[in-house]
Design a protein around this ligand. Sequence first.
Ligand code: AMP
Ligand code: MG
Length: 419
Amino acid sequence: MAERNAYPMLSVEEARDRVLALVDVLPPERVPILDALGCVLAEDVPADRDVPPLDNSAMDGYAVRGEDLTGDGVRLRVVANLPAGQVLTRPVERGEAVRIMTGAPVPPGADTVVRFEDTRAGDDWVEVLKAPRPGANVRLAGEDVCQGAIVLPEGTALRPQEIGMLASVGRSTALVHRRPRVAILATGDEVAEIDAEPRPGQIRNINSYSVAAQVREVGGVPILLGVAADRTGELTDRIRAGLQANADLLVTSGGVSVGDFDLVKQVLASQGHIDFWWVNMKPGKPMAFGTIDSVPLLALPGNPVASMISFGLFGRPAVRKMMGYTDWEWPAATARLRDAIRRKDGRRHYLRVRLERGPDGLEASLTGDQGSGILSSMVQGDGLAVIPEDRDHLPAGSMVQVLLFSPRQPAGRSSTTEE
Ligand code: AMP
Ligand code: MG
């Protein structure tokens, strides 16, 4: 208990803010646009020309002079055929039409396109059965983007549509904030690598992989440092290896519960500046955070569920901040609890829940055993219901916030399964 009192009890927000205060946005680098997906732009991107560059047809049909369409049934002379990619410099004169395909530039003189469906064609003439309004079916030059306009300002997060916009203005590369390199070290004499046959008393190294996957999911680059035995020398060497691999963030798992506490404290404190915290949450109460050679280090608890939740609450925002994001909230939804929740510890609980659509919105039900080592309840979960620390009892039907996992596909027959 004495040990407990020596370290501060922080709220989740306080702990997160302390983590964020020690990480910075990473410098920019130029990468091919596809590699920039999920990154944040570090430059303004102007349009190099109008998009579309010329007035062009939005339909397959006939380019005509709007003034010629004095009513339905007008007959015009067809003077040319214009596929997409070709330009006609000959003007369309009064009483003339040019057969035109979608995307082809509208020839001079014409300002309107009549759809094939609204015409009846002969050898060298076309009859407009239904006259559109003048200017119809023409996409104007610059209607999407005007030359010189900033189409993507610095700070924009790049989704597929922004990648498309980069392509649209002729960019094959983009200047984006570098993806953080996150070095991940599992600790524990009992933790075995997954391709080795576990000896009696050993368990498999889950955390390196689940946390590395979280790093990759949020856009960082995981570097696996393997498993360190519970010895100061080995722990120190492995962490040093992470620094040599130019990690922007070091993450360890295990060795922060009371039994292991002194070991991690010794190692990390002797190498840099580390604070031990109790975070007022469940699972994942013990945590350490600090810097070694000015690289931030996040020491997660060892239980697989606790390590994932702690990484989600503290590591994920750090990675996003380094990538240049200014919003690091975990995406959330509101749902109605199907189960009643009782507890007395005054901690904020993160409960694994499954979500289903009910008659008036999402409904959340617990996925079963909430032990911090029960990974199957994460596998069956759609997210984490947040039970505020000041509520001892939440009756069934209460509304809660649910931090969402990426969408789960329930087991079932895939579309390629034979009937
Ligand atoms: P610790 O905080 O080191 O006492 O670990 C807490 C629990 O998590 C223990 O049951 C460990 O065996 C387990 N654990 C620690 N590291 C891992 C890991 N990398 N993968 C799976 N379980 C782990
Ligand atoms: Mg351990």
